[in-house]
Design a protein around this ligand. Structure first.
Ligand SMILES: *Cc1c(COP(=O)(O)O)cnc(C)c1O
Length: 432
């Protein structure tokens, strides 16, 4: 016991902060056990999919050039289809990020004159330009695809009446974002998403239901594709890459829709047949293998932080006891100094770039300064412990990730240490 305290001390965590963290952690045994059970279930699901597709050493071979008969790539796509219980999947390093995967799925399956509907309010920021909500070169709007949006009700639930009214002859595809992203609405459970899909299909059975699954993979035991989604889409530098994938995105779903995506990604006529995997396959397979337990670590970090900061009186979303549907945690500090100190702590606990001090900066696409903390092995990877906060009211910080629970714990304790040192937080006397 003494030993671990001195270990924390060497990294800059005071005994008081450590003790407060322990008090919180002790109350979380039940939650952590649940998270571990989900990881166990999902780990078995991934292993089963790999065994069924007979993953073998040759799958990790380097393929270059056109990539015809790239066995590692083709098998991996079958493994993803197995994990998500879909007919087909497209998993490629040529899909550069989550936004690209979503843009690809949309542009591949919509045609001029079609309408896209978001029944869950505003989509993720970067999709505004993809859709053309904000005017942009190459947007769906430029290609004659119209867009409709139905806001959520005040309490964050679906506005079924307005959704029904919004579905019309032109409605071709419905996009549902699982995670709240950087908004204050709740994230949706897979069951809720299933209810929404059933409702949409009851009005127009042929409509394509797509789910933006970013940050949601392996948080629950089922995925949106288990409850009727025709397409699920995500980024490999988030959950399913397990921290090892250096790039990439995936789309899993109905054969015909995935075929459309492949023709759009490469070229009509070529589709899935080309696109060499360039040596990233081992990282893709191994990352997927690790993803269930990595997601569990990130979830434990999120639950730990929610309980720490809730106990100290700060608003947290989700709260300390709510069930989780993604790995993002928001903490509202109410003043810029809180956001800055929190991010300094996350940075100081990182294995990479720990000596760097993050400072708020004007970032393209944001209307205020933003502070970002990340000491990641893969640039921008947000399955690794990372945090960012726009310097504007309500002065909330959003953080996510943690490849291991001990690292997530250190990061959160370090954030608390910085807040205590800055005189922003005063720890309560030990209760009991
Ligand atoms: C991260 C994210 C995206 C975009 O992914 P990038 O890899 O950042 O392009 C889209 N939707 C949601 C909900 C996300 O969390």
């Amino acid at each position: 016991m003494l030993d671990i305290i001195s270990q924390y001390k060497k990294l800059g965590i005071s005994e008081k902060v450590y003790a407060f963290g322990q008090q919180i952690e002790e109350k979380l045994c039940g939650r952590f056990a649940q998270i571990d059970k989900t990881a166990e279930y999902n780990q078995l699901k991934v292993i089963k999919a790999m065994q069924e597709r007979r993953v073998n050493e040759a799958c990790f071979h380097y393929a270059s050039g056109y990539g015809y008969n790239d066995q590692g790539r083709d098998t991996l796509e079958e493994v993803y289809a197995g994990v998500f219980h879909t007919e087909s999947a497209l998993v490629r390093p040529q899909i550069t990020c989550g936004t690209h995967a979503l843009a690809l799925a949309l542009s591949a399956n919509l045609r001029p004159g079609d309408e896209l509907l978001s029944p869950v309010g505003k989509p993720y920021d970067t999709l505004e330009e993809v859709i053309g909500i904000r005017k942009s070169k190459g947007s769906l709007a430029e290609y004659g695809v119209t867009y409709r949006q139905v806001e959520l009700l005040e309490d964050g639930t679906f506005d079924y009446d307005s959704i029904k009214a919004a579905i019309n002859d032109k409605t071709k595809l419905v996009t549902i974002q699982r995670s709240k992203g950087y908004q204050t609405r709740p994230s949706f459970s897979v069951t809720q998403i299933g209810e929404l899909i059933s409702f949409v299909k009851s009005i127009k059975p042929e409509v394509i239901c797509m789910v933006d699954n970013c940050y949601g993979e392996f948080v629950e035991e089922i995925e949106p594709s288990d409850v009727g989604a025709d397409l699920v889409v995500g980024s490999l530098i988030k959950n399913p890459g397990g921290g090892l994938a250096p790039i990439g995105g995936y789309i899993a779903g109905k054969e015909e829709l995935i075929e459309n995506c492949a023709y759009r990604l490469t070229s009509p006529g070529l589709g899935k047949e080309v696109g060499a995997s360039l040596g990233v396959m081992q990282a893709f397979y191994q990352g997927l293998f690790l993803a269930p337990t990595v997601v569990a670590s990130a979830l434990k970090g999120a639950v730990f932080a929610a309980n720490i900061y809730e106990t100290l009186g700060y608003p947290v979303i989700p709260n300390g006891t709510e069930s989780r549907h993604d790995i993002i945690q928001a903490v509202t500090f109410g003043k810029p100094e809180g956001v800055i100190a929190f991010c300094e702590g996350i940075q100081a606990a990182a294995p990479v770039d720990s000596y760097v001090t993050p400072i708020p900066w004007a970032m393209p696409g944001y209307d205020s300064d933003v502070i970002m903390a990340a000491g990641a092995f893969v640039q921008g990877s947000s399955i690794e412990l990372s945090a960012d906060g726009p310097i504007k009211p309500p002065y909330a910080v959003y953080f996510q990730g943690g490849l291991t629970w001990p690292h997530a714990k250190l990061g959160i304790l370090m954030s608390l240490e910085k807040l205590v040192c800055a005189g922003i937080v005063t720890l309560p006397q030990k209760t009991e």
